[in-house]
Design a protein. Structure first.
Length: 314
């Protein structure tokens, strides 16, 4: 997804995980709670259906052999034509990426009234998309277990499955980009318990804060020690993630973030010199859409109840 988080009052969640981790299972749990789901893979399939402009562009670029006798995309033929060189792959991306981005924005626009919208994105980490969401949730399963699941449950060839896993981000990169970890290495009941806790303790109050436009200025960070190494790694990267989100939401206003500085006494606190920034109304709107809610004069609080942040406007 491109662009800023701009829908006031709506919590936008990025959902990701390595191949075989079980993102679809977590997406279904989120849907049970009433969250709207935008499936990136489904969007990518939709934009190349017969009659779609993107499919017509692929035929012009790569030739008629990329469609079958019924006019549907022949994915193997397209891969054979597009992945022969960096230049040909770039040509494929130049067609597909804008089409997918436009359709994704259409989906989000149609869901503007939904309190919680989830973008299920396999390559969220690889494409460094985390700053475009209020919250990124990782479905976490060790690579060896994902490999076994791909071979046993999906029937993939082991070498093919290994190749697919190797092409994706590793655990350390995922922990750097994501805010919450759902361990799906165990039984389904354990995943549901962890999900229910995430919804009750974080997602639901986060959404309520955005909907009401009110945040608590005295909010503190997470209490206690992280339960797992994954949670510790995720927490360690929280300040950097928060800064990227802040820069992302301000970028749409044309405001420079060169004056953005960390407040050393507050690990998740920032100061922003407002002199020279774009119009005050645009900046305030961007901050609101990005989840930074007014708490006091000159103070904005990031609405995440578990990992909040403070922004002092000067």
């Amino acid at each position: 997804m491109s662009g800023s988080i701009t829908a006031d009052g709506q919590l936008r969640i990025g959902l990701t995980g390595g191949i075989g981790a079980g993102k679809s299972t977590v997406a279904a749990l989120l849907a049970e709670k009433g969250a709207a789901i935008v499936d990136a893979d489904a969007v990518a399939r939709e934009v190349v259906e017969p009659g779609e402009p993107a499919l017509q562009a692929l035929v012009r670029e790569f030739g008629p052999q990329v469609v079958d006798d019924d006019g549907a995309l022949d994915r193997q033929a397209l891969a054979a034509a597009a992945f022969v060189s960096a230049e040909r792959t770039a040509a494929l991306n130049a067609i597909m990426h804008p089409a997918i981005a436009a359709r994704t924005q259409e989906r989000f626009a149609a869901l503007a009234a939904s309190p919680v919208v989830v973008h299920d994105v396999p390559l969220l980490v690889e494409k460094r998309m985390g700053a475009a969401y209020h919250l990124c949730v990782l479905v976490d399963v060790p690579a060896p277990l994902r490999l076994d699941r791909l071979v046993r449950s999906r029937g993939l060839d082991r070498e093919d499955a290994q190749r697919r896993i190797a092409q994706q981000a590793d655990d350390a990169q995922r922990y750097e980009e994501c805010d919450a970890v759902l361990d799906n290495a165990g039984e389904p009941a354990a995943l549901r318990r962890a999900f229910d806790a995430l919804w009750t303790e974080r997602i639901e109050p986060f959404a309520l804060a955005l909907d009401s436009g009110r945040a608590q200025p005295a909010a503190e960070g997470p209490e206690g020690e992280p339960a797992t190494e994954a949670e510790a790694a995720v927490r360690a990267h929280a300040p950097a993630r928060l800064r990227r989100r802040l820069e992302h939401c301000l970028a749409a206003t044309g405001a420079s973030t060169e004056t953005l500085s960390a407040v050393t006494a507050e690990p998740l606190g920032f100061r922003l010199e407002t002199e020279g920034l774009g119009g005050a109304e645009a900046v305030e709107g961007a901050l609101r859409g990005g989840g930074w809610l007014a708490a006091d004069r000159g103070l904005r609080v990031f609405a995440d109840p578990v990992q909040p942040g403070r922004l002092h406007l000067r």
